[in-house]
Design a protein around this ligand. Structure first.
Ligand code: ATP
Ligand code: LTN
Length: 331
């Protein structure tokens, strides 16, 4: 009996600042869920981060810290290929080729570009605009079947499929069409200060975002100050987005279902919910932070992981690129 090809998973995060609770729940928890069954490639997409102005020293440290955070979140380097995007040169090569197959009309529609352009009015560079093409290249290079991401990435995954279909129709079947994989709940964790908008790494108001490297004190402070409403009735509904968000986070980090939590806190009110959630978050994040610090004290170990990761990723990437070059007629 022929062995069925193991499904391939690709995802990544940009090493800007540090990972947030949104990244953890929206993406990393799924990454961990998939690591036992599939062939997983999780990248630190450092080239994507260059679309925003940066300080080289801080950036280098953030890149190392991200690998330490991936490991501290429990991603097993024996089961997953963990690597820096910039170490596998085929990403930029495929980026160019696919850029020639992506329409400006498609890029003009990307909401992430519109939001980032609005935020960085003094630096609306070409990289920010063509950013989704590099993401398409990331995914197609590994012939990924599934891409575990937060809800905000749906449009980019749809673009990936459209470009892959266009390429395959023009030059022959080269690329696997990937599907998005989003968690049923927690695909969009909201800001604790503005529950109508996404919890973001780059939010100016840091009180809205919990970072995986936040101190216990900061975590408690942020949860206690989180914006709710004046109904003072614990319920999971769109009209109460702040409370809904807290319940989502609580459920994703515990064994309680949303229904059980609503029942547990129905007679207790927001104060008790916030106190217990703050404690749960502290207990979840403290070991991540501590492990991260240990990994950061062992840079040789980190180097051994990312070198091995790049070697493995490069083999797969080159296999795809050989097909691509041949199919488009490069000598
Ligand atoms: P920014 O917040 O500055 O836009 P980002 O955190 O979205 O950056 P990445 O680090 O590349 O950018 O995101 C890594 C993964 O985390 C992606 O799959 C993204 O969809 C997911 N993610 C990010 N924020 C959230 C959120 N608030 N809720 C759920 N998933 C999220
Ligand atoms: N665009 C994503 C980060 C990203 C990514 C990828 C995610 C870059 N390349 C490939 C999944 C697969 C973001 O902004 N969160």
């Amino acid at each position: 009996m022929s062995k069925q090809k193991q499904k391939v998973i690709f995802s990544g995060a940009q090493p800007t600042g540090s990972l947030t609770l949104g990244n953890y729940i929206g993406a990393i928890q799924s990454w961990k869920d998939l690591e036992n069954e599939f062939e997983c490639y999780y990248s630190i997409v450092d080239l994507h981060s260059l679309t925003i102005r940066h300080d080289p020293k801080k950036f280098r440290k953030a890149c190392l810290s991200f690998l330490a955070q991936y490991l501290a979140c429990g991603l097993d380097p024996e089961k997953n290929t963990l690597f820096y995007q910039s170490h596998v040169k085929q990403h930029t090569e495929l980026n160019w080729i696919l850029g020639c197959m992506t329409y400006m009309g498609e890029l003009n529609r990307m909401t992430q570009f519109k939001e980032k352009a609005e935020k960085h009015k003094d630096n609306i560079n070409a990289g920010l605009y063509t950013y989704p093409v590099l993401q398409v290249a990331d995914i197609l290079l590994y012939q990924a079947d599934l891409v575990p991401v937060g809800e905000d990435q749906r449009q980019h995954i749809e673009l990936t499929r459209d470009v892959a279909i266009r390429f395959n129709n023009t030059y022959g079947e080269v690329f696997t069409l990937p599907d998005i994989y989003v968690p049923k709940i927690g695909a969009k964790i909201m800001s604790l200060q503005d529950p109508e908008s996404k919890m973001s790494k780059s939010d100016e108001n840091v009180n809205g975002t919990i970072f995986l490297l936040d101190s216990d004190k900061d975590i408690v402070k942020k949860v206690k100050r989180s914006v709710t409403d004046s109904e003072n009735r614990v319920a999971y509904r769109d009209e109460q987005p702040g409370v809904k968000n807290l319940l989502t986070i609580y459920s994703k980090l515990s064994d309680y279902s949303i229904e059980e939590l609503v029942e547990k806190y129905a007679s207790k009110g927001y104060g008790a919910l916030k106190t217990d959630l703050a404690e749960l978050l502290v207990e979840t994040i403290r070991p991540i932070r501590e492990k991260h610090n240990e990994y950061m004290d062992n840079l040789d170990y980190l180097a051994s992981i990312y070198k091995k990761g790049a070697e493995k990723a490069s083999i797969v990437a080159e296999r795809t690129m050989t097909k691509v070059r041949e199919s488009i007629g490069l000598v």
